[in-house]
Design a protein around this ligand. Structure first.
Ligand code: ADP
Ligand code: MG
Length: 387
């Protein structure tokens, strides 16, 4: 078990907190502040326990001088000020006298937000390459490091791993919840363990498939990726998405795991017509799984003890092709199946259809969760000390 924010005393200590404030901003206006709001639990715990709190976050990518203007954390600073009950300061620089002075004058219970850590990526990728000097410089401001930026945990950057190596450390509430829930669902050893794979491409998910296929009872494959499997089985798939580079990979999986892999038997075409998989015309593309497939999949899901979903079953953004994804979620909900949703678009689908409070866990870290499900150790978690 990793150390958490609850394992330290904060009175008069300076805490460096890595948050994920990578929010969508349109013309200087935050269009969705969910990530800021989600961080408040950790922030409020730290300041109410007397910490002087210095917060770091990235926002977008910084590859040019113009990116800096576009990706300033200033709007986040203004929003954070509204959301907390204490004085918040903002350092327009990620390094230098302004930051040093603000940090020096910070009082117990106050917050200092530092400008986008990726300002250090231009002209040299100091943040993203985990530059040692930069890590030491930032770490010199604090006594304790808390990582609450789950979505960045698959990156070994200066502001998470670099600082983390140099200070006593722990995870915040958000990271702790993500990691505990993922650990439980992956390791609790209950069966049937059913994995649902979907989304666009096989290539995005080979690591996840490789890691989960040995652990699960059944793997249900829908979304765009099922067509590479269907093609590998010799079906005409028309204009459906295909991942030629992974045809051989799919063939091999089908040979080795024929008892585990469940593929669609019918699909919905781009014209909205339900077709058996052996009736797809060269001019057609499959955009969703069909009603018979939904039934077959639901038979497996209903009896599952735990389910991991990674990727939607169809082009759910279009109502005409949302049914497969929706029906599977509905089945899991009404049967009260312990379900973890991983993947940015899968989580978006869950929210779009109003299931945000119905599952065991909806992971917020797209890339980080994919890597975790793929069996990769996340550097942002690994750097945190064990209890
Ligand atoms: P996640 O983010 O949950 O891991 P992906 O990024 O792999 O999921 O895939 C999500 C995208 O896959 C969605 O934008 C969806 O429209 C698309 N998709 C799903 N099914 C199909 C399909 N049959 N053909 C083309 N695109 C699809
Ligand atoms: Mg995605």
């Amino acid at each position: 078990m990793k150390k958490t924010l609850l394992d330290y005393e904060y009175s008069n200590k300076t805490v460096l907190l890595r948050c994920d404030f990578n929010v969508p901003i349109d013309n200087g206006v935050i269009t969705d502040d969910k990530r800021i709001v989600a961080s408040l639990k950790t922030i409020n715990y730290l300041i109410s326990n007397g910490a002087k709190l210095i917060i770091f976050s990235h926002l977008g990518k910084v590859k040019t001088e113009e990116d800096k203007l576009k990706n300033s954390l200033y709007p986040v600073y203004k929003r954070l000020e509204e959301l907390v009950n204490t004085k918040v300061y903002f350092s327009k620089v990620t390094r230098g006298e302004e930051l040093e002075k603000l940090a020096r004058n910070l009082k117990s219970g106050e917050i200092l937000l530092v400008e986008n850590t990726r300002y250090e990526d231009y002209p040299n990728k100091l943040e993203s390459d985990c530059d040692e000097e930069l890590s030491k410089y930032w770490a010199s401001f604090g006594d304790i490091f808390i990582n609450d930026a789950y979505g960045t945990c698959h990156r070994g950057h200066a502001s998470n791993v670099g600082i983390g190596k140099l200070l006593p450390n722990g995870v915040g509430y958000l990271v702790n919840e993500e990691v505990s829930k993922l650990d439980v669902i992956m390791n609790e050893g209950t069966y049937p363990f059913v994995v649902v794979m979907g989304g666009k491409k096989v290539s995005d998910k080979t690591l996840v498939i490789d890691n989960l296929i040995n652990k699960c009872t059944k793997i249900l494959i829908g979304g765009g990726m099922c067509f590479t499997f269907l093609k590998a089985k010799g079906y005409e798939i028309g204009k459906s998405v295909i991942d030629e580079d992974n045809l051989e990979y799919c063939k091999k999986l089908l040979d080795n795991y024929s008892d585990k892999i469940v593929l669609p038997i019918d699909i919905v075409t781009d014209q909205g017509i339900v077709k058996k998989v052996d009736d797809i015309m060269p001019s057609e593309a499959g955009f969703d799984i069909g009603p018979e497939t939904i039934e077959v999949f639901n038979v497996e899901l209903k009896v599952a003890k735990r389910v991991v979903i990674n990727g939607p079953m169809g082009v759910f953004e279009d109502e005409r092709f949302a049914n497969g994804t929706k029906e599977l979620l509905e089945c899991l909900k009404v049967n009260n199946i312990k379900t973890l949703i991983g993947g940015g678009d899968s989580a978006a689908a869950v929210n779009l259809f109003g299931y945000e409070n119905d599952f065991y866990h909806i992971s917020t870290g797209g890339g980080a969760t994919l890597e975790y499900l793929g069996g990769t150790k996340l550097p942002g978690i690994e750097v945190i000390s064990e209890k």
